[in-house]
Design a protein around this ligand. Sequence first.
Ligand code: RET
Length: 251
Amino acid sequence: DVHYQVIGDSGARTLWVVFVIMAIASALFAGWSLKVAVSNRLYHVITTVITIIAAISYFAMATGQGVSVKTTVIHHHHEHGVPDTTTTIHRQVFWARYVDWLFTTPLLLLDLGILAGLSGAHILMAIIADVVMIVVGLMASFGTENTPQKWGNFAISMLAFLVVIWHLALNGRTAVRNVSQNVANFYMAIAGFTVVVWTAYPVVWGVTAGGHLSIDGEIIAYAILDVLAKVVFGAWLLVTHAKLPETNVEL
Ligand code: RET
């Protein structure tokens, strides 16, 4: 038998809603940047670009672009004269997300790295590990179900993710202590939030790969995470930056 796993009404509506949220957030963040001196707009620029990229990616997905259909054939072996049968699953894979993440996750790390006062070398290493995580994660998404290929790529991507967390949690914490106590407290809160939200992505991915989530369920889960990781994160960062002059950086 043949199964089609494709987007439904709630998934389609969710893609449009997140597109609108990202577009509004982009306009607000860009507007806020006009209220601060040009020399002090680095976080605004980075944070606005993040939501603009997300808006573009959601627009693409909402209008049916950035999506491919992945076919999985499962063989059932029968004995005693019963003929072998197969189950074929055609499932949509929204790869536009990975293009979004490829650009936005390094920018989010740049926001956090600058906030913590991390060295250029540490920021670069975190970003390279992050790019490996996303590209290999894309490989895993298109890998053949239940094979060492798919789960091997997942494991490599998870290792790269651990390197990213290492930089945020250990190097970031060490660096930010030399900035100021207020900035250190804020960094620990927003970096902690980031680690929790980001960790949910491989969880959603694993539940999806395990066949336990419909396309619409997957879209809604990632939609919630994307709004937390980009919009809530960005608003929190920019509002706190306005209140804490020690977070100022000139680059
Ligand atoms: C994948 C699957 C393979 C294993 C791992 C993953 C991690 C993804 C992450 C994504 C974060 C995205 C954000 C987007 C929007 O702002 C690729 C799901 C580790 C951490 C923060």
